[in-house]
Design a protein around this ligand. Structure first.
Ligand SMILES: [Zn+2]
Length: 192
């Protein structure tokens, strides 16, 4: 599951990268409810090994993912045809992000247990909805200044992933893409 190969990326980028390509074939790590539960458990260990999620949650995460990919493409001036999101309007994509943010209240609550105050969970929202809302809120930071300055599309051969440029010399989503890009350049120089 390639999403797990990029654990250093912010969670909104890991959501975008649930669409990935291998040998020019697109894959989707969020095709089923079981996929979503595995993905949530990987990105948010606080949810436990088998966080509950249903078909509505899957649809919401897929819609947010496609919206984030559309907005990342704008921010990165992404020209990769294969990476194009099915959501083609940036204003619609922003509305989707706003729906996701509102999926759960953002404020913490205080609970008294055993006579002592504890940080509580927002009322009336499922774990999946809290996660969706939190990822959408983080995405707003990532897609707007100053966070957006470091968001990049990976131009490794066939790659459709995004990454945050966390090092001045970083050009690729992964070492694998860097190696493939160098090999392709070498081949292009020497094929005549
Ligand atoms: Zn790449």
């Amino acid at each position: 599951m390639p999403a797990l190969l990029h654990p250093g990326e912010p969670v909104p980028v890991r959501l975008m990268n649930t669409v990935w390509a291998s040998r020019s074939v697109l894959h989707d790590d969020l095709a089923t409810v079981a996929d979503l539960r595995a993905w949530l458990a990987a990105v948010d260990p606080d949810l436990g090994p088998e966080p509950p999620a249903d078909e509505d949650d899957l649809a919401a995460f897929r819609s947010l993912r496609d919206a984030l990919r559309r907005l990342a493409a704008v921010v990165c001036e992404d020209t990769r045809e294969k990476a194009a999101s099915p959501t083609d309007d940036a204003v619609d994509a922003a509305a989707e992000v706003n729906r996701a943010v509102a999926a759960a209240p953002a404020w913490p609550t205080l609970e008294v247990r055993d006579g002592r105050p504890h940080r509580g969970r927002p009322p009336g929202a499922t774990a999946a909805a809290r996660s969706l809302s939190s990822i959408a809120a983080q995405a707003i930071e990532l897609l707007t200044e100053p966070g957006s300055a470091d968001l990049r599309a990976c131009y490794g051969p066939g790659c459709v992933l995004y990454f945050v440029k966390d090092h001045p010399r970083r050009e690729w989503c992964s070492a694998g893409c860097g190696n493939r890009a160098r090999a392709a350049r070498h081949y292009a120089r020497h094929k005549h």
